[in-house]
Design a protein around this ligand. Structure first.
Ligand SMILES: Nc1ccn([C@@H]2O[C@H](COP(=O)(O)OP(=O)(O)OP(=O)(O)O)[C@@H](O)[C@H]2O)c(=O)n1
Ligand SMILES: C[C@](O)(CO)[C@H](O)COP(=O)(O)O
Length: 243
């Protein structure tokens, strides 16, 4: 079976969090957000190779946050897309074109193990790649410049793009190269693949795979993690409860 590469962009400054500390280093349920996210990925894919994109001058990172045996630190770029491209370039000489790559935001610490496993299965099965996503549930309004409603948008067929998103290594690298050469602004891997005419599969994932973006999100993430742990306690705790 082909190798699995995990790219975790964690080189952002978290402007929308309005905190001096980048959001990936804010405390969340006893660890940093970054450590929680890496623990989730490791629980699903312990044998994967991790490419962790960090700001070049990041002084908060500590290698004890990384549970993977095989991992690399990559200097991130100005935008998320630049960080992902830097990771793809850094391991290009080691990766085979048909290796699987999943890209997951450091800022999404609540991703569930079974969603990760289903997403990887789709990435291995679908030649155009795949992403976790959630169908839009609310009525969608378009705002006018004055903050009033300009109209109601059709929500049929609209999904929120989550992460991970992934594809085969060769295809994802080529997709980013093509999109950036065309000057397309990319906020996710699917957009890069779409530029090449590909149609990645939308894999329905949990809506609570929240991207910590604004100050309120941290408390919400804490509640989501607590609910997930009480529904699915670690094996040691289950054993204790049953003896
Ligand atoms: N130059 C960048 C910008 C973002 N990211 C990462 O991409 C993920 C998603 O980006 P986002 O949530 O937008 O994070 P920030 O860019 O840090 O936030 P903001 O846009 O509010 O500044 C985050 O894990 C972030 O660290 C990155 O690796 N390199
Ligand atoms: C990749 C992503 O998390 C999918 O929702 C998102 O596109 C990141 O975009 P942002 O504009 O940097 O928040």
């Amino acid at each position: 079976m082909s190798r699995l590469w995990l790219i975790v962009p964690a080189a952002g400054v978290g402007r929308r969090m309005q905190s001096e500390c980048p959001k990936q280093y804010l405390p969340l349920a006893g660890r940093t957000v970054l450590a929680q996210t890496l623990a989730r990925l490791h629980a699903a894919f312990p044998a994967a190779t991790l490419c962790l994109c960090l700001a070049r001058d990041d002084a908060r990172f500590d290698a004890s946050m990384v549970p993977f045996a095989d991992w690399r630190r990559i200097d991130g770029g100005a935008e998320r897309a630049d960080s992902v491209v830097a990771a793809l370039a850094a391991v290009a000489s080691e990766a085979a074109d048909d290796d699987a790559v999943l890209v997951h935001d450091a800022a999404r610490p609540c991703v569930a193990t079974d969603d990760l496993i289903r997403l990887l299965a789709a990435v291995r099965e679908v030649p155009d790649g795949a992403l976790l996503a959630a169908p839009v549930a609310d009525t969608m309004k378009r705002a006018a410049a004055d903050g009033r409603v300009a109209g109601t948008e059709l929500r049929d067929g609209l999904w929120h793009a989550l992460t991970p998103q992934g594809a085969c290594f060769g295809l994802l690298r080529e997709a980013y190269r093509t999109a950036l050469a065309q000057g397309v602004a990319l906020t996710d891997e699917s957009s890069a693949l779409e530029t090449m005419g590909r149609a990645p599969r939308l894999v329905a994932g949990r809506r609570n795979n929240l991207k910590i973006t604004q100050p309120d999100d941290l408390a919400l993430a804490e509640q989501i993690l607590a609910a997930q742990v009480s529904r699915n306690p670690p094996l040691a705790a289950q054993h204790k409860a049953s003896t």
